[in-house]
Design a protein around this ligand. Structure first.
Ligand code: GDP
Ligand code: MG
Length: 244
């Protein structure tokens, strides 16, 4: 249960500081997932939780809005956003009118977004609990991470499944650069394929690199301009929640 997880005291190994120093041991492997300090929580009797992470501007909030449009009528859903100093993403979603404003909670992380989704997930679990109290029988909570680099992944104690969103504007090198987001997320989304030709990104290279880095884990390429309701990602989410 979330209550037991959040009471747990977490101490990080000294050589693995998560201040902005990012000190790693000499043999640090940047493609390996870091140890998770929280156990996965049992999913029975609570909302399924999907985390959405990825670099700033890749299209996380746009994907959250798309999923609300696609699934809002069939699932009892709510959203938690994470921003460093503002509530910008929550404000955007409220203004976009994709979901009842009461169903959107904003967490201000005050620090590196990575911290609030992995190292101390308390503020996010509190936000999820507020939503579950407000909307009994909630099926799904989508948690958007603050924009971070390629290393940000969610604790399994916070997100049951996670989506990592990159976009073509970063260049077709991004998937082969790896990092735990690209290699271990349950779903990798390569977004903004409508502008690939403008930035010279080769989609064949991006998708084949992504599959090579991820083995059997799924990859979806999409454009939220061409398909504003993100049908492929919505199908993936729907099947998880139904199975969940
Ligand atoms: N051309 C194009 N723009 C997109 C797409 N998805 C998102 N955007 C735009 O990219 C910008 C950043 O998106 P946002 O969702 O705020 O990114 P976030 O920082 O990851 O949450 C916004 O101006 C979006 O409208 C897409 O598929 N194609
Ligand atoms: Mg955002």
């Amino acid at each position: 249960m979330p209550g037991t997880i959040r009471k747990r005291c977490v101490s990080l190994p000294a050589e693995h500081s998560h201040g902005h120093g990012h000190v790693h041991p000499v043999n640090f492997d940047p493609t390996a997932a870091e140890p998770d300090h929280y156990d996965a929580a049992p999913t029975a009797g609570r909302a399924y939780r999907i985390g959405i992470g990825g670099p700033v501007g890749s299209g996380k909030t746009a994907l959250v809005a798309a999923l609300c449009r696609a699934l809002g009528d069939e699932l009892n859903l709510a959203v938690v956003t994470n921003d460093i100093y503002t509530t910008e993403d929550a404000d955007f979603l409220r203004k976009a009118g994709v979901l009842d404003v009461e169903r959107i909670e904003a967490v201000q992380t005050g620090a590196c977004p990575h911290t609030a989704i992995r190292d101390d997930i308390t503020a996010n679990l509190d936000a999820v609990e507020r939503l579950e109290d407000r909307f009994p029988g909630l099926d799904l909570v989508i948690i958007e991470s603050g924009g971070d680099n390629l290393t940000a992944v969610f604790s399994r104690g916070l997100a049951d499944s996670q989506v990592f969103v990159v976009d073509v504007a970063g260049g077709d090198k991004v998937p082969r650069k790896g990092g735990p987001g690209v290699t271990t997320a349950d779903l990798l989304v390569i977004n903004k394929i409508d502008i690939a030709h403008l930035v010279g990104a080769d989609m064949d290279v991006m998708t084949s690199d992504a599959h090579r880095m991820r083995g059997s884990l799924p990859v979806i390429t999409q454009s939220l301009v061409d398909t504003p309701n993100a049908p492929a990602v919505a199908d993936w989410v729907r099947s998880l929640v139904k199975a969940g």
